[in-house]
Write a protein that binds this ligand. Structure first.
Ligand code: HAM
Length: 433
């Protein structure tokens, strides 16, 4: 036998059947993903977001300039390769890509405000862990052209509603990072403080003092956290417009009835943020990788990427993390057959195929058995597929045009005719699903 070929580390297969993924206790099926994806598709347009699709492959420069050279993502996690003299990268996130598309197609000249949503695979070469993969899926939104703070609150409310629709346990965290006029002063004060306590910090954070001091605030190392707890706070350095903006966001969230906590440690891992940042954090079920979604305002990014001076704000959620929580709670969106038809002989098989065709034409999901097996085994198969009804078709049924349709959950038997089968099933189910 030839040698098996295994999938790449950090990637995974999501199948319609139970598959055990290493490092994970629940079985994540495609039906859990469907629930996440369909709820976004239903909800986001209600807030005016329209879908945008951009390529998985972009020029490396886009992420270096967009996300920031000193971030972990650009520094060590990108899948970058030379494409005959041009450096290209598998997108590690989608905000930079959407900004590129927004600028490239002069979208601001066609509409003053733009709301886009997206879904798709992202790639980061991270250490694999439960809820952290090298290929993962994000669903996100971006809004261009609104300086806020109303749009900030509307996005947080959208995220809150979505997670409530999905029924996952979470807490909304909110912070502000200031802007180009006040953050540099904060950065300086923070740097001075961190330099004075440098020997207590982990190796990475000692480097961050000079490159990206704000990231020290969310380091998971307990010693760094101790140092961070006594660090100067952004709040003390906010300029008046940033203060007013942040107060506005909080006031509107209160008015919309959205619960949140202000979290000064919420600094995010990408460099493009200004002012509002927010994250939805799972309160149980996920362990270390518990951030379900994160985002914030990026008022300088469109300009930095060669576009007009247009503000932006958005978030992205990790679909795998949401799917894991749904799998744990046994919630999924699966299409199951309404009727499973098991013919016992060749003549019955031909009739079964026609009956299935009629059911499908009526909008009812039907499956026929293609295997010869005894009625007991056939019923077992119907049960595994999650069918609502099973029809065992024998010589007797064909001759009399009458059959018993078995409801699998209750065991109830419904008398039906084969000539009027689709109509009778439709009556029993109350119409196509
Ligand atoms: P991010 O915080 O890097 O933000 O990622 C957003 C979410 O993607 C995370 O909260 C997490 O759920 C999921 N995620 C990130 N990395 C992984 C991974 N390796 N495996 C599984 N899930 C992961 C962004 O990407 C920004 N573009 C969000 C944004 C949109 N900001 C403004 N607009």
């Amino acid at each position: 036998m030839s040698q098996k070929i295994r999938g790449v580390k950090g990637t995974r297969d999501v199948l319609p059947i139970d598959t055990y993924v290493k490092d994970e206790d629940p079985w994540v099926r495609v039906g859990h993903y469907h629930l996440v994806e369909q709820s976004a598709r239903d909800l986001f347009p209600l807030y005016g977001y329209r879908e945008a699709r951009t390529p998985v492959l972009e020029r490396t420069e886009l992420f270096v300039r967009g996300i920031g050279e000193v971030t972990d993502i650009v520094g060590k996690e990108m899948y970058t390769f030379d494409d005959r003299g041009e450096s290209v990268t598998l997108r590690p996130e989608n905000t930079a890509s959407l900004v590129r598309a927004y600028v490239e197609h002069n979208v601001n000249q066609q509409e003053p405000e733009t709301k886009w949503w997206y879904a798709g695979p992202m790639f980061r070469r991270e250490r694999q862990q439960r809820g952290r993969y090298r290929q993962f899926t994000q669903i996100g939104i971006e809004a261009f052209g609104s300086p806020g703070p109303r749009i900030d609150a509307e996005q947080v409310e959208l995220l809150d509603r979505w997670l409530r629709v999905l029924g996952v346990p979470f807490e909304m965290h909110l912070n502000t990072l200031g802007d180009a006029s006040c953050r540099p002063k904060y950065r300086e004060a923070l740097q001075a403080y961190l330099r004075s306590r440098a020997p207590e910090l982990c190796e990475d954070c000692q480097k961050r003092i000079e490159t990206n001091p704000i990231r020290v605030l969310d380091c998971k190392n307990p010693k760094c956290q101790e140092v961070a707890a006594a660090a100067p706070k952004m709040e003390q350095f906010l300029c008046e417009p940033c203060k007013v903006h942040f107060a506005g966001v909080q006031e509107m969230l209160q008015r919309l009835g959205v619960p949140f906590v202000v979290d000064p440690k919420l600094v995010r891992g990408l460099d493009y943020y200004t002012r509002t940042t927010y994250e939805a954090i799972a309160t149980s079920g996920l362990g270390a990788q518990s951030t379900l979604a994160g985002g914030g305002r990026y008022d300088g990014l469109v300009k930095d990427l060669g576009g007009p001076d247009v503000p932006g704000i958005g978030f992205a959620a990790g679909v795998e993390r949401l799917a894991l929580l749904l799998a744990q709670e046994g919630k999924e969106r699966a299409t199951r057959p309404v009727v499973f038809i098991a013919p016992l002989g060749d003549a019955e098989a031909a009739r079964a195929d026609q009956l299935a065709q009629q059911l499908r034409a009526a909008g009812l999901a039907a499956e026929v058995s293609f295997r010869k097996s005894n009625p007991g085994n056939q019923l077992k198969r119907a049960d595994t597929l999650g069918a609502r009804f099973a029809l065992v078709l024998g010589d007797q049924e064909l001759k009399s045009d009458r059959a018993k349709l078995k409801e699998l959950k209750t065991g109830a038997q419904h008398e039906v005719t084969l000539s009027g089968f689709a109509d009778e099933v439709r009556k029993l189910t109350g119409g196509p699903r």
